[in-house]
Structures are given as structure tokens and as C-alpha cells.
Design a protein around this ligand. Structure first.
Ligand SMILES: [Zn+2]
Length: 215
């Protein structure tokens, strides 16, 4: 039998002697009372964009969906297997989160591959090409913009894709009506993995700006 990755066992040992000791009571009460996170974060699977780390969140605080390029598909009740939509439905209908954050990030491999028409597919398998088709129409428009540098095109598409996901969130009837009733707030965010900067989307202009952060 293959041995379990030693780096994970070492990390677990540190967790049990460190963070778990500090948060033991919290884990216990969460186990007894169940989770009640107020926020759903939809983030990329990229190992550098973990929402719990970036938002310094403890157990029970964030409900997280991670997938390639932090995308939300449109509402498609077609009987297929929709992991992202299922988790979304659970967060909204059962947990009744008050806020949903779609968080993209800089240097996203999925977005880079979507922008480069000559690139090898991100992987040769059956799923990722179709998944990245969600952002293809925007990618095709940006590819033809030769005034922008490749890095500018990539950042632009990362942010446009966040706006697309927010639009797709509103194609879910429950989300649309909860938002209209003022019970659910949708947000966009973009994390620059090279500088640690967090940019958030202004709800009116849909531009990404640096938020005021109180010391
Ligand atoms: Zn990514």
C-alpha cells in the first residue's frame, strides 16, 4: 500500500498541537450545534488562492466552493451532475448564507489557457475544455485586442469572468429573488497572488477597486 503523504501527516500534527488546541471549544460547539456560516466563497482550486487563508477564517466561518477558475455555470436543471450548482443550492437554501463572494485571482492557469488559442489544452481529459467554455466568448473578444499586453489581457479576463459568474448566479431563481428581497448580497473579489492585494468589485460600476481596510 502507498504510504499517506508525509507532508500532510506533519501538517496535521502541527494543527493538532497548535490551531486545534486554540479552537477546540469552537470545533466542539460547531459539532453539536452544526455550522452556520454567513458567507459562501467561490474560489479557484489553485493552491495559492485558499479563501480560509486569505480571509483568516476559522472553522465554521466560510462555506467554500472551489473549482477551476472560480466559475459559476448558468442555472441548468438538466439532470446532469452539477457539483458547483449543488453546493450553491445547499449554501443558499439550507445554510441561508447572507453573502456570496466570487473570488478570482491573478495568474490563473485556467484563464491563461482560455486566452491562448495556440496553447495546449490545460489537460488532455474529458472535462476541462468544456468547463472553460464558460468563459470562451469573453476570451475570444479579448484575444483580438492587440493594444493590451498579454498580462493586461489576462487580468481583464480574470475580472470579466468574475462578472460573468455573478451574472450566472442571478440566473438561479432563488438567488435572484433573495437578492431582490435584500436577503442576499453578491460580491466580486480578485486576489493578486504576487502582491497579496485584494481588489473588490464596486456593485454599481462593476470596476475592481482597493477596499479601505481599517488597521
Ligand atoms: Zn485559478
Amino acid at each position: 500500500m502507498q504510504s499517506f503523504p508525509i507532508s500532510l501527516l506533519n501538517g496535521y500534527r502541527n494543527f493538532m498541537s497548535g490551531r486545534y488546541v486554540d479552537e477546540r471549544e469552537r470545533y466542539r460547539s460547531l459539532a453539536e450545534e452544526g455550522q452556520k456560516p454567513a458567507t459562501l466563497v467561490i474560489a479557484c482550486s489553485d493552491s495559492r488562492s485558499a479563501p480560509e487563508t486569505i480571509f483568516d477564517a476559522g472553522p465554521g466561518e466560510l462555506f467554500v466552493i472551489r473549482n477551476v477558475a472560480n466559475m459559476v455555470p448558468p442555472y441548468e436543471p438538466d439532470g446532469h451532475f452539477h457539483a458547483t450548482s449543488a453546493a450553491l443550492e445547499f449554501a443558499v437554501q439550507s445554510l441561508k448564507v447572507s453573502d456570496i463572494v466570487v473570488m478570482g485571482h491573478g495568474r490563473c492557469g485556467g484563464i491563461r489557457a482560455a486566452l491562448d488559442p495556440n496553447a495546449e489544452p490545460l489537460s488532455p481529459g474529458d472535462f476541462i475544455g468544456r468547463w472553460m467554455g464558460l468563459v470562451k466568448p469573453a476570451a475570444e473578444q479579448i484575444q483580438s485586442n492587440d493594444v493590451m499586453t498579454p498580462a493586461e489581457r489576462q487580468t481583464a479576463l480574470e475580472r470579466i469572468s468574475i462578472r460573468n459568474s455573478l451574472d450566472n448566479l442571478r440566473s438561479f431563481p432563488d438567488i435572484k429573488s433573495l437578492e431582490e428581497e435584500g436577503k442576499l448580497n453578491l460580491h466580486g473579489a480578485w486576489f493578486d497572488i504576487s502582491t497579496g492585494e485584494l481588489w473588490v468589485m464596486d456593485a454599481k460600476t462593476r470596476d475592481f477597486i482597493r477596499p479601505e481596510i481599517q488597521e
